[in-house]
Structure formats: structure tokens, C-alpha cells
Design a protein around this ligand. Structure first.
Ligand code: FCB
Length: 479
């Protein structure tokens, strides 16, 4: 008789065997979500420090002052990465830790922390993937106008150069900007994220300057080390029309355009998609785009970092927004007519964020990206799910997250077998952490964190992922 456990093991082996030797297996975090130590060793203030202090911005009134104290726990975090058997770890640099005032003054103590983290990872045979911008803009730069101002992009290029000068001898994988969609449209259009502004025209300028910053950073890194891998992190969702009425189909075109084509076309084709430019012309004249910008944004990329969580089904019908909870990011709408785009649920199971679970959408997304932008490799740099975990007698039985991760890894394997050059997978997240406007109410970790004591406990999903990774890596060594 075959037991369930045998079946599970067989399934795991079969899944592990579908990944190529040398595949990157990782987990991801970001600075503000895990570091804490927001006033330590000369760190400057970021827009998130300011935002979280404003009543009503974060559902549980919490902040990242302590987060999960990763700043003081390099050894523990790296040990967890090792315990999971991972060969890579993605983390981000806090810009105000490195450049407290957002200008050219570099805070060596801030860089020392990242340098020590990189050393500890390499010592443990773990390859660092470093994100330069995961949303914690120095407050000084926001005071000067923030991303809607071009100067912020110039400063970002300088920050990239300064960070690379210290870490570039050991860090070979760089992600310039994480999810400029969120930084621009949640930050400056819907106001759900820092700096909490609701200025549609400014949000489109912000999106452009985030991309100019990306281009400047990519250029700085490639100039300093042509052998390094440079990437940009974008969040993708398959977008479906709720019906085949022309209005719903057009709503899907618009959301797909701003979500899936705006940033990729700019970075990889050197032009914004015409149809969305026309839509945006309702709110901006694009006078912030300067000669040469698109060439800069189109700087050669090695890899496209794909963050994937869910899918969207949209309708132009009034009232459709009533079920907007299915959409993680629906309110970030830079054009006024978007108030008539609603996000509908389709009955699929949802995570604790209300995000529909649609793993085949990841295969679809990877295949589409490869078809449209064949010049880059792809890496899934975020994928994961929030569920209301409970620690019971030293265990976290998070079978829903385990299923989510397994189903999405199956989807990755399907894409690889269809010819997609997928080089890696990073689970979001290594450990439970500060989930932006949701504070500590949403747990995404493979590792459970007691937010009071800081105690870490590997969840069942983390144990399962670790077993799979170990199996895949040992297959790889045997190949
Ligand atoms: C992504 C963010 C990441 C985390 C996950 C759940 O959009 O990049 O920091 O919040 O969502």
C-alpha cells in the first residue's frame, strides 16, 4: 500500500527532476519589511518612516521600526537560508541607510551592514541577488519633490554607483527597481503606499523617472562590471475581461497595458505602448520625457525579474469595483476614467489577501514574456501567499501555502518545458514581515516569526520547499 507520505515524496522527486542543473533557488525579502533599526548607524529617514507615522495609513497602526530585526540578525537569517537549502537570497538595500540625505554623502556604516550580509551569504555558499530600490526613498528626496522630479532618478544612479563600488566585487546579480508600478501608482496615484499622494499626472511622471533611474543604475553597474547580471523587477498578472462586451474588453486592454506592457515595453523595446500613451494623455502631456530617455531606459538587460501572485478579471460595468478585494493593486489608477474599471472575482480560491490563486497564469505570463521579449532570461523573483498561520506546539501546518508554492513551481516547470529560459525562483518571503499598508496582519513567510519575541520557526511549507530544493540541487550535481 502506498501511503500519502510516499505519494508526496514521489511527487516532489518528479517535480525536482523537472528543473535544470544550476537553477537558482531562493527566497526574497526587502529592507524596510525586515531590517528594523531605522535610526541605527546613521540611517536617514525614508518615506515609509513618515508614512507609517500618519494615522490610518497602516491597518494595524504598526511600522517597520523593529520589523523582524534583520539588521541585528545576519547570522540567524543566513542560517535560515541555509536550513532551507537555498543557493540564493534576494534582499534590498535601504537607500537612506546608504545615502541618508539622498545626496552624494555615503554612510559607510550602512554599507558595512550589507557588506557583512554579503560576506555571510557567500561564506554559506549562497549567492546574493541585490535589489537597489524596494520603495524606501530617502525622505529628503521626497521633500524635494520625489519621483515625479527628474533629479530623484539622477540621485538614484549615483546611489547605484556608490553601492556597486563597495559590493560589486562580490555581488553579481543586481535588480535595479522593484515594481515601479507600485512605487509610482500606489505611491503617487492611489496613495495606498508611501508617500501617499493622490496626483494622477505626477504618478505618470514618477513612473517615467523610476524607469530613467533604472536606466541610469543599469548603466552604472554595467560600466563598472560588464559581467554582472542586471535586471528590473516587475509585477505581472494575466488580465481577463469579465465578458466579451467591447467595454469590458477595453477595460482589460487598459489594465493589461499599464500592468504588463508599460514598463516591459519601455525597458525592452525602448517605447511605451501607444494605446496606453493615448489613455494617459487624458491626464498628462508627457512633457517630462526628454530626448534620449527612451534609449537610456532601454539599456541592455540580462534578465527580467518576474513577481507573480495572482490574476485579474476586469469589467467596465459600474458596480464592478464592489468586488475589488480580489485585486491586490486595483486602486492605483493613474487616469480618471479608471474609476469605471472594476475587478471581479471568479470563484477561484483566494489567499488571505483576497488574491485569486491561479498558477497556470504564471506559465501563461512566462510564455508571453518570452515570446515578446526573447532577448532576456527570466527569473521569478517573488511568488508566494499570505495565510493566517498559527504556531501550534512548535509547528506551523500551512498546507495551503505549501500547495500554492508547489502549484506555482509546477507552473514554472511547465514554462521551462515549453522553452522559456527561466533561470530561478525566489519564494516571497523568507520570513513573515511588515507587509506595507497591511502591517503585521498578513504572513507571507516560509518561516513563521513571532513578532513580539522575534522567534523564527520554519513552517511546513518551508520544510517542503527545502526538501524540494535539496533534491533538485542534488539531481543537478549528478547531471
Ligand atoms: C510585492 C512586493 C513585496 C511584498 C509582496 C507581497 O508587491 O514587492 O514587497 O509586499 O508584494
Amino acid at each position: 500500500m502506498t501511503t500519502d507520505i510516499d505519494n508526496a515524496t514521489e511527487g516532489e522527486d518528479a517535480l525536482a527532476a523537472r528543473f535544470p542543473a544550476g537553477f537558482t533557488w531562493g527566497a526574497a525579502t526587502s529592507s524596510y519589511q525586515v531590517e528594523g533599526a531605522t535610526t541605527t548607524d546613521g540611517r536617514g529617514r525614508s518615506i515609509w518612516d513618515t508614512f507609517v507615522a500618519e494615522p490610518g495609513r497602516v491597518v494595524d497602526g504598526s511600522n517597520g521600526d523593529k520589523a523582524i530585526d534583520s539588521y541585528n540578525n545576519i547570522e540567524g537569517d543566513v542560517a535560515l537560508v541555509g536550513e532551507l537549502g537555498l543557493n540564493s537570497y534576494r534582499f534590498s538595500l535601504s537607500w537612506p541607510r546608504v545615502c541618508p540625505d539622498g545626496d552624494s554623502r555615503v554612510n559607510r556604516a550602512g554599507l558595512d551592514y550589507y557588506s557583512a550580509l554579503v560576506d555571510a551569504l557567500l561564506e554559506a555558499d549562497v549567492t546574493p541577488w541585490v535589489t537597489l530600490y524596494h520603495w524606501d526613498l530617502p525622505q529628503a528626496l521626497e521633500n524635494a519633490g520625489g519621483w515625479p522630479k527628474r533629479d530623484t532618478a539622477e540621485r538614484f544612479g549615483e546611489f547605484a554607483r556608490a553601492a556597486h563600488a563597495v559590493l560589486g566585487d562580490r555581488v553579481k546579480h543586481w535588480i535595479t527597481v522593484n515594481e515601479p508600478w507600485c512605487a509610482a501608482f500606489l505611491g503617487y496615484a492611489s496613495g495606498e503606499h508611501a508617500p501617499g499622494r493622490r496626483e494622477p499626472a505626477a504618478s505618470i511622471a514618477a513612473a517615467h523617472h523610476l524607469m530613467v533611474g533604472h536606466g541610469l543604475a543599469a548603466r552604472a553597474i554595467k560600466e563598472a562590471d560588464p559581467a554582472s547580471t542586471v535586471s528590473i523587477g516587475l509585477n505581472f498578472y494575466p488580465v481577463y475581461a469579465a465578458s466579451d462586451t467591447p467595454a469590458d474588453v477595453d477595460a482589460a486592454r487598459r489594465i493589461d497595458g499599464v500592468q504588463n506592457r508599460w514598463f516591459t515595453d519601455a525597458a525592452l523595446k525602448g517605447a511605451y505602448p501607444e494605446d496606453i500613451v493615448e489613455d494617459f494623455e487624458a491626464v498628462t502631456d508627457f512633457s517630462f520625457v526628454e530626448v534620449g530617455d527612451m534609449e537610456l531606459i532601454n539599456a541592455p538587460l540580462d534578465c527580467l525579474s518576474v513577481n507573480f501572485y495572482s490574476q485579474f478579471t476586469v469589467t467596465a460595468a459600474e458596480g464592478g469595483a464592489a468586488s475589488a478585494s480580489a485585486a491586490p493593486t486595483n486602486a492605483g489608477s493613474p487616469w480618471p476614467a479608471n474609476e469605471h474599471i472594476g475587478f471581479v472575482t471568479t470563484g477561484l480560491p483566494q489567499t488571505d489577501m483576497g488574491w485569486e490563486i491561479a498558477p497556470q497564469g504564471l506559465t501563461e505570463t512566462l510564455k508571453r514574456l518570452h515570446a515578446n521579449y526573447p532577448q532576456v532570461t527570466l527569473a521569478v523573483t517573488e511568488n508566494g501567499a499570505a495565510f493566517p498561520d498559527k504556531l501550534v506546539e512548535g509547528q506551523v501546518a500551512d498546507s495551503e501555502r505549501l500547495d500554492y508554492v508547489r502549484d506555482h513551481l509546477e507552473a514554472c516547470a511547465d514554462a521551462i518545458e515549453a522553452g522559456v529560459p527561466l533561470v530561478g525562483y525566489f519564494a516571497w518571503s523568507l520570513a513573515d514581515n511588515f507587509e506595507w499598508a497591511w502591517g503585521y496582519t498578513k504572513r507571507f513567510g516560509l518561516v513563521y516569526v513571532d513578532f513580539e519575541t522575534g522567534q523564527r520557526v520554519v513552517k511546513d511549507s518551508g520544510k517542503w520547499y527545502g526538501d524540494l530544493v535539496r533534491q533538485a540541487r542534488s539531481n543537478g550535481e549528478a547531471k
